[in-house]
Design a protein around this ligand. Sequence first.
Ligand code: NAP
Length: 533
Amino acid sequence: MKKYDVIVIGAGVCGIYMLYRLLKQGLNVLVLDKADGPGGTWYWNRYPGARFDSESYTYGYSFSEELLQEWDWSEHFAAQPETLRYLNHVVDKFDLREPMRFGAHVQSAKFDDASNEWHVVLEDGDIFSSTFLCTAIGMLSAATPPRIEGIDRFQGQAFHTYDWPQEPVDLKGQRVGVVGTGATGVQVIGAIADEVGELTVFQRRPNWCAPLHNSKISAEDMADIKARYDEIFAQCAATPNGFLHGPDRRELKEVPEAEKYAFWEDLYNSPGFGVWLGNFRDVLTDMDANAEFSNFIANKIRERVNDPAIAEKLIPKDHGFGTRRVPMETRYYEAYNLDHVSLVDINETPIECIDETGIQTTETRHEFDVLIFATGFDAITGAFDRIHIEGTGGQKLSDKWHDGPMTYLGMQVAGFPNLFTLAGPQGASVATNFPPAIETCVDWASDFIEHLFKEGVTRVEAKQSAEDAWVEHVKSFYDMSLVSNTQSWFTGYNSNVDGHDKLRYMIYLGGSPTYREKLADVASSGYKGFTTS
Ligand code: NAP
């Protein structure tokens, strides 16, 4: 069994940077990924329309000035192929490919109490061991197709968006059905509506969507961005979610009527997440303020969709704007004005089954050539549950987290020594601009690992008391946000996974600046809350 200092599972945005940091320390590292190449989420999600909702230049890594200066983004919100090229460029530039093993599907990881090592077993039977194990397995990497009777009988092409084929899929003139209207479905629908022969969207709950307003970046603009990277990253670091957009400090009731609408029009017509995260500060915390802004957006939907009955179906009634992740769209609502696009509200006419040629609802039979399932993920903990992770005394992580994750700092789990859950549950990566938060947690974890090796520590474990306190801290923010009243992957709901039908404390709602302070405080105290030996 080959032994490493550190094994990292996952070669996405997080795994790539963790490897970079650990190699700089001179450690012997192995990265395992089941894909055929690096990129993680950007390797898998090849569906039409897949692109950033973060400004491209806030999504790239900030750790290398040289990298920042040599990479040109072509669009303000880059599409998946460009992001995958970027991540491959990073891997090659910093010589990171050699320690990566692809096609490596990790089946189990068990901590051996006697040797203080992790033993990692691949599906093909290969076994490796390491002192430290880092999971960089993504928050949205355990895809969940819908549980619909007969789903496997369909004889045409059918894909979950996450498993979109590498080779191009020709949708021209095809009869296409899309199930799901989250951020992914909304991107797909906007991208394919003009091209397909017929498009039928099966919607369970509509989302509040807002225009992305993507555009090309000129050479001049890119030069300006390159000159301002320090300022751009400082701006992201100061906002709660790590994006360029932070809340307006005013409360809605302080703002005169005309000024309020002018501000909202401006937000709606500006690129990116400003409409969600740059709004008046009470829009996401106060029900009345939220209802008022939701009404503003509802009217936008009514303006953009020709058929008033369809417009009403597209307006959410069960939750307020921004309390679930806001899908950013390009001509999404206009798609429903096309004669060959139709919307099926499956609350009115539920899907009964899928068969060889299509979908049967309680009312209509729909024949398709292609079915697209944009039905989301067993988010945040799903990728952990799909690996048999065993800590001290044979305890399984999936058992410990059965009713929801429990961590210390979103970084370690009591009973699972030497395991770093990078960008995992209850850390600040979830619900923020992923790469800046990932850099924060990778910097912290890799510094900690460097410290442990220097001190000759071979075993580190979160104290149960520290974990309990962190879980309470994570929970405390849920009362302050309207997000916690809404069922979505943010709050741990997924109708396609057994038992995921109640609130689970998955994400750190305290904001990135507070999270960074907490991490810095623990590091400067000599890593309180951990036992080492
Ligand atoms: P999602 O937000 O969880 O949406 C899944 C959709 O499928 C929902 O509309 C859901 O309906 C529907 N659905 C699930 N099971 C169903 C069933 N059995 N029958 C009918 N409908 C069903 O998943 P997602 O759209 O893949 O997005 C997940 C996250 O990925 C996003 O929130 C975002 O963070 C990330 N993402 C990012 C980007 C980007 O940065 N550009 C793009 C895409 C996605 P209900 O609402 O009723 O549950």
